[in-house]
Design a protein around this ligand. Structure first.
Ligand SMILES: Cc1ncc(COP(=O)(O)O)c(C=O)c1O
Length: 396
């Protein structure tokens, strides 16, 4: 069968592929540890599960409005007001089947061939692929560990040209765990506003932040910034609800209306039961979220301590998420089993072959000197994974 050029050009998600590979090896009985996961290892909190059970018992089993029920929109409006003091109305909110779906739909209502979208590297694997599917192209701004993977205003200005349509920001970031301060975001978003470049602010990790780091949304900076910002968020990461598939956008009503139109001809509404559960999550207090956050913070600290004992490995301290993004280029040029390690893919193969630890090569995120390790796994598993990685690295 001849497949479309579009789909032939599309790369599958390497993070999902590595997770699947680790799970398949485990199913074959191999003692493999997967640190590729992009999801919390905790169960969904009970009060959220109960809201779903109640929705089933209420027979909430019919189509809902395409962009979400009033109940979930009101819960999102409440969340945005509480967390960031930004006011939205129902017409500004569209709920989709996960934040990835929100971004996918957004890309298709906004961009086409000839448009350029600015993304910093290291980037979340799906941004360039989703952008590419619309015919638009990705303009990468390279960032490095020594600036905590943050772009400077000067870099942003230099990247903008007359084809630039949008800047995608993801703070705190997958894969680096780094985050912009409010002042830094204000500077970047001010430039975007001046140049007529829409800001897409992916805030999916905003509740998983450490050391008192304060996440902020450009939508809260001023009325003009709010109009120039599309907020992306969802239930997946903060509430351990990756499987429920609820994401949302908050933005101006013309974009929201277009998103509704597209969704009405594709998925229709996200699952009614999942919407009820996510509404409870967004309405709830953050006790459970903070409990998970505290656990992630302990694991981050442990992991950073272990990296220090590994030859040729260094890591920027993440301010949020459940990812670490160590630089492993110190082992490049070394030989293992007759093969020279020349990049992140070689290193990941070595780690998997020798010690049965699966991590994601940085090249998937546009940063070949790095690997991504998720610490969304128990301390026990993390300890064993670190023992194995230390053995693998220090024996080179
Ligand atoms: C930066 C970023 N944005 C969006 C998403 C998508 O989240 P969801 O599971 O809600 O589709 C992810 C998931 O890994 C992510 O890391």
């Amino acid at each position: 069968m001849k497949l479309s050029q579009r789909i032939q050009n599309l790369k599958p998600s390497m993070t999902l592929a590595i997770d699947a590979k680790a799970k398949a090896l485990k199913a074959e009985g191999v003692d493999v540890i997967g640190l590729g996961a992009g999801e919390p290892d905790f169960p969904t909190p009970d009060f959220i599960k109960q809201a779903a059970i109640d929705a089933i018992n209420r027979n909430d089993s019919h189509y809902t409005p395409v962009g979400g029920t009033d109940a979930i929109k009101d819960a999102i409006i409440g969340k945005m007001k509480r967390d960031y003091d930004v006011a939205y109305e129902r017409k500004n909110i569209v709920v989709s089947c996960g934040a990835k779906h929100s971004i996918y739909n957004l890309a298709h209502v906004l961009w086409e061939t000839g448009d350029e979208i600015i993304v910093q590297s290291p980037y979340w694997v799906s941004y360039p692929e989703i952008i590419g599917l619309t015919g638009a192209s990705t303009r990468i701004i390279e960032t490095e560990a020594d600036t905590d993977f943050k772009m400077s205003p000067r870099q942003l200005e230099a990247a903008i040209n007359r084809n630039t349509r949008a800047l995608i920001l993801n703070s705190p970031s997958n894969p680096t765990g780094c985050g912009y301060t409010r002042a830094e975001l204000e500077a970047l978003c001010g430039i975007a506003l001046d140049k007529g470049v829409l800001v897409i602010s992916d805030e999916i990790y905003d509740k998983i932040v450490f050391d008192g780091f304060q996440p902020s949304t450009p939508a809260s900076f001023s009325d003009a910034m709010k109009k120039n910002t599309v907020v992306i968020n969802g239930a997946s990461k903060a509430y351990a609800m990756t499987g429920w598939r609820i994401g949302f956008i908050a933005c101006e009503d013309d974009i929201a209306g277009a998103m509704n139109k597209l969704q009405s001809q594709s998925t229709s509404n996200p699952t009614s039961i999942a919407q009820a559960a996510a509404a409870a999550a967004f309405n709830g207090d953050d006790v459970e979220v903070n409990r998970m956050r505290d656990e992630f913070e302990k694991r981050r600290d442990y992991l950073l301590g272990r990296f220090e004992k590994m030859n040729g490995v260094s890591c920027v301290k993440p301010v949020g998420t459940f990812y670490s993004f160590p630089d492993i280029s110190g082992v490049f040029g070394k030989t293992a089993n007759g093969k020279v390690i020349n990049g992140s893919l070689d290193f990941c193969d070595y780690l998997l072959d020798r010690e049965k630890v699966a991590v994601v090569p940085g090249i998937a995120f546009g940063a070949d000197k790095h690997i991504r390790l998720s610490f969304a796994t128990s301390m026990e598993v993390l300890t064993e994974a670190c023992d194995r990685m230390e053995r693998a690295v220090n024996s080179l």
